[in-house]
Design a binder for this molecule. Structure first.
Ligand code: C2E
Ligand code: CA
Ligand code: CA
Ligand code: CA
Length: 278
């Protein structure tokens, strides 16, 4: 028994060390990755209740020659912790605007583009000015842009972030509360902030068909959204049954493998033209 315990403790220690070493490797590789343009963006379509193409969420990808494909869940936190997020964040925003402008021009139509923000980016004093400047440079109007922020980010310091959010709003940019229901935001905070939409986290969608608790959670989120006049978006829709249930509950938009995986810009243009021509 004690030997087994000892083994599992040893295993745990090894896993921790491996995790640590991996983060050190990621941190080192990140330094050159931005300069060497190893990052690119993919775009996952969002579909409205009528089944029409609405827009995309931009998601970052890193193909490292040393580490292979590193998922964003692994490199975004390391970039934040090692002070590299401002640079990576700008690279993400600029690549997204350039790609989307290209697709929009090729197809002759505009659509909504949502970009994920990490906490560090909103804490940069000149973030709003930078973002609005880049948007203008690329000729993208605020009403077609959205920023996804998370609850944890706002809990840190609502007071100092509010003016920045208001400045973004004044330029028509939409604000989306990502992974809603997984953090600790209060309803009063939600009411205080100029948020336009709530995104229901995939973890709730994963179990919504089986689990009464997840079902009630999803219904509550939709009710909160409606009461605060926000749109509600469901992510991680993989089946027709999930789509039907979420439609029945009154969700406004959907995103997930059932419709499309995240696509590179060429595949995105094809997807829109083939599945959602005007
Ligand atoms: P998120 O913002 O919640 O993004 C949704 C994640 O769910 C994406 O994973 C997407 O590919 C995945 N997904 C969407 N639909 C389905 C589905 O039907 N089934 C399954 N199994 N998965 C689905 P991804 O691209 O690996 O991103 C993971 C997380 O990394 C994101 O979660 C976000 O928090 C972060 N992230 C990604 N790109 C960026 C970025 O550019 N900036 C920042 N700050 N964070 C990013
Ligand atoms: Ca997101
Ligand atoms: Ca509103
Ligand atoms: Ca999520």
């Amino acid at each position: 028994e004690s030997k087994r315990l000892k083994n599992s403790a040893h295993l745990f220690k090894n896993t921790m060390q491996e995790g640590y070493l991996r983060n050190v490797n990621i941190e080192q590789a990140l330094r050159s990755a931005i300069e060497n343009r190893e990052f690119f963006m993919v775009y996952q379509p969002q579909i409205s209740t009528q089944g029409a193409f609405y827009g995309v969420e931009a998601l970052a990808r890193w193909n490292s020659p040393i580490l292979g494909n590193v998922p964003p869940d692994a490199f975004i936190p390391v970039a934040e912790a090692s002070g590299q997020m401002p640079a990576l964040g700008r690279c993400i925003i600029e690549a997204s605007f350039a790609d989307i402008k290209g697709v929009q021009q090729a197809l002759g139509r505009t659509f909504y583009t949502s970009i994920n923000l990490s906490a560090r980016q909103l804490l940069e004093p000149d973030f709003a000015a930078y973002f609005i400047g880049k948007m203008r440079e690329e000729g993208i109007q605020g009403v077609w842009a959205a920023l996804e922020i998370t609850e944890s980010l706002l809990i840190e310091d609502v007071g100092s972030i509010l003016p920045l959010l208001q400045e973004l709003k004044a330029h028509g940019i939409k604000l989306s509360m990502d992974d809603f229901g997984t953090g600790y935001s209060s309803l009063s905070m939600l009411r205080m902030l100029p948020i336009d939409e709530l995104k229901i986290d995939k973890s709730f969608i994963d179990t919504v068909l089986l689990d009464k608790g997840a079902q009630q959670m999803v219904q509550s989120i939709i009710t909160i959204g409606k009461n605060l006049e926000m749109d509600v978006v469901a992510e991680g829709i993989e089946t027709k049954e999930q789509l039907d249930m979420l439609t029945h509950f009154g969700c406004d938009r959907f995103q997930g493998y059932y419709f499309a995986r995240p696509l590179d810009k060429e595949a995105l243009a094809d997807f829109i033209q083939e599945n959602h021509p005007y």
